[in-house]
Design a protein around this ligand. Sequence first.
Ligand code: HEC
Ligand code: HEC
Length: 211
Amino acid sequence: MMGFRWLQPLFGCALLLSSGTVWAADGKARFTPCVACHGSQGEGNTALGAPAIAGQDAAYVQRQLQHFRAGRRGAHQSDTFGAQMRAAGATTLKDDAAVTAVAAYVAALPKTQRAAPVKGDLRNGNNLYHGKCGACHGGHAEGNPALNAPRLAGLDAVYIRRQFSHFRDGVRGTDPKDVPGRQMAMMARTLPTERDLDDVIAFIHQQGRPQ
Ligand code: HEC
Ligand code: HEC
């Protein structure tokens, strides 16, 4: 028996590899119903209110999908787009395994970028962003999984504004079990004016553009 012990890690590896492939194929299949709104590359569709999700951190994607399913996100009466996503998730993602598989697939898609610049005072936006957002979301809005903070670069301006207002106005991030959401909701109350928000969004948007 002793002589075969060195083989065990090899068997382990083969098992991992094959289950990884099955998992990826499952994720791709799970993603098929998402394409209608989020696009075939996960690039998002502004007209449908569906954000870019390609390359977003897997744990963040997974958490949002679970929140939609549990009614911790998208359940507020004024959250029309959230309600659409909730409905989509409820019909296509039946269990935790489906959520995990599709989240891994989405996270592995190449990040997409927004081309159009948006108006705003980039100097003010830069200062405000680094003073109030960058510590969690990263200096280039690239996100920081260790702090649960998603990538913001590459999201369209309309979506960023809506989420920010939802956090600020108690539409998202109110559930006691949604600890990262509650944290962000507190932060959303630190930007004094809509003008400041415009400027911060202009800065974030610039980070998502091809250099
Ligand atoms: C009917 C259109 C539609 C379909 C189908 C759909 N979504 Fe969405 N999705 C949306 C909209 C709209 C939002 C934005 C909700 C909001 O504004 O809060 C969203 C938000 C999300 C978010 C949150 C992103 C973020 O940055 O917080 C994730 C993750 C997501 N969708 C993944 C998926 C996956 C995976 C599928 C397929 C299983 C899917 N969606 C199917 C419309 C859709
Ligand atoms: C203390 C850390 C922290 C700070 C500071 C912070 N955020 Fe966040 N932010 C988060 C976390 C955590 C989330 C994810 C919440 C969740 O899981 O629902 C988030 C989510 C967001 C989202 C939603 C993204 C999406 O894909 O739906 C936006 C937009 C956002 N933050 C913008 C900002 C802006 C703008 C600032 C600065 C004014 C800021 N945040 C400051 C932690 C922070």
